[in-house]
Design a protein around this ligand. Sequence first.
Ligand code: B4P
Length: 217
Amino acid sequence: MKIGFVKGNVKYSPYICPNTSKASNMFHIILFGPPGSGKGTQSEKLIAAYGLKHLSTGDLLRTEINNKTPLGLEAKNLMDKGQLVPDDVVVGMISSALDANSGVKGFLFDGFPRTKAQAESLDKLLKLKNGEIGVFLALKVSEEELVHRLLNRGLTSGRSDDTNEEIIRSRITEYNNKTSSVADYYAQFNKVVLIPGEGSIDDIFNALSKEINARMI
Ligand code: B4P
């Protein structure tokens, strides 16, 4: 599959885009939504279908925790309370991951950016590589369904942030206070598409794929 991009209402292939000497052929996706909205679940299917590199800040942080690094110990303390990890920590992790994976078709960002500052940093990092976000896909799920799903996952995931309803509700509050406005940031560039996140996993995947196919060439 050849990968192009959309600017305004115009679709460009990698070979006819303006400034071909500069523009990147990579296509980057942000999969956005509150905790438990299906980002991780859908990411697995999307990377298999489109051959993108999956970058989940939650997974990167859990690896640091499992390896008992100083960064992991600091992150665990915050994650166990349902709070966000500081911007400079997650931006540093993403910056290293971008540098370590320069030959890929594109990145699927899962759970990142979670603040406007993270979004601005990501745009700058991609710009340094002559790239930009192709589409921002936002999953919409009711709060009660989120709590139900996460408590259910907590029965088997071993994740300490999934077992306590109060912590789960703190994560949702943190999302409402600090993260939901990231969609407004990308809306100013006409990149946001809302996707209903309740229903079967396959139906939601099909809805996401339809939007990606309309933008990838
Ligand atoms: P994440 O690892 O990003 O986890 P999440 O938001 O809880 O999960 P996700 O949304 O991917 O789960 P999914 O719906 O797939 O973050 C964890 C913590 O890390 C954060 O709270 C924060 O502290 C920290 N962190 C991460 N990134 C950060 C950043 N950028 N800045 C600062 N801090 C950061 O799965 C949920 C459940 O729903 C699963 O059991 C799944 O099977 C089920 N499910 C999925 N789709 C379904 C469907 N359609 N129907 C029914 N069930 C479904």
